[in-house]
Design a protein around this ligand. Structure first.
Ligand code: GLP
Length: 261
């Protein structure tokens, strides 16, 4: 795992945009795994800015898969993660909506929604690059504490903490759906490169548990320790509880110029 301590969310956005663009340039038909939530937004805005400036890669052949989706929102609800990713990123990059995927929250199909999503990811050739955030309790996508570390895409029940954390996108925690569909931890681990972004002091404990704690279902994000290519980008506020911060900074400063993230 590479832990990259950066000064600000803006600096992280530039590095993440570089990583995403490199993946798309290397493979124009790249399959990107996308996270919602507030953390990746500066990186998405940076990608859009570059696209509009004409310096970005072609997005025509790119396919995307969201990490997760709420269950029970009315069709077309603005807080559905599919609507969110289109609004915040893929529409502005000109991606055909048919290439932008999310788990299908339609009530009638819920028992098979997980299997169908896994099959769609497999049919696309698997995820090349997966963008991730982290919950304040260490959750990854919507895999709450106690999730199987081998889990596939399936339905989950949100914790009170996560519903409170996400209340800002709705009127109140009560309006945040209780059920969600989420890529499993096993699904996420199959992506070829994981890029986790954490910003703000509220993520400091979760980052320390994920990076320096034991690999455990009690901190789903700790599975990044099992992945052969995981990059964790943190700002100055999210590094506060890391014991080996000096070493990570030293490693980053001494990074060979030929070595990409
Ligand atoms: C949400 C999402 C996750 C996200 C996390 C952190 O509930 N399902 O994919 O990474 O919680 O969100 P934020 O970036 O808004 O802090």
């Amino acid at each position: 795992m590479e832990l990259v301590p950066l000064g600000s969310a803006e600096e992280i956005a530039v590095v993440v945009a570089d990583i995403v663009e490199r993946a798309v340039r290397q493979r124009p038909a790249a399959v990107l795994g996308l996270a919602t939530g507030s953390t990746p937004l500066p990186a998405y805005q940076e990608l859009i800015r570059r696209h509009r400036a004409g310096t970005g890669p072609s997005w025509d052949e790119v396919t995307t898969f969201n990490l997760d989706e709420y269950v029970g929102l009315p069709a077309g609800h603005e807080q559905s993660y599919l609507a969110t990713i289109r609004r915040e990123l893929t529409d502005a990059l000109g991606l055909d909506p048919a290439r932008v995927h999310g788990p299908d929250p339609d009530e009638a199909g819920l028992p098979t929604a997980g299997e169908r999503y896994e099959a769609a990811i497999t049919a696309a050739g698997g995820v090349d690059l997966q963008i991730l955030g982290i919950g304040t309790n260490g959750h990854l996508a919507f895999n709450e504490q106690g999730s199987s570390l081998a889990s596939p895409t399936r339905i989950k029940t949100l914790t009170v903490q996560t519903r409170q954390d996400n209340a800002r996108f709705f009127g109140s925690a009560r309006e945040v759906p209780q059920h969600v569909l989420t890529q499993g931890i096993g699904t996420i681990l199959r992506a070829r490169h994981l890029v986790l972004i954490a910003t703000g002091v509220g993520k400091a404990d979760a980052v320390a548990a994920a990076v320096e704690g034991p690999v455990s279902a009690s901190c789903p994000a700790s599975v990044l320790q099992l992945h052969p290519h995981a990059t964790v980008l943190v700002d100055g506020a999210a590094v506060g509880r890391l014991r080996r911060l000096d070493y990570y900074a030293e490693v980053y400063a001494a990074k060979p110029h030929w070595q990409a993230h």
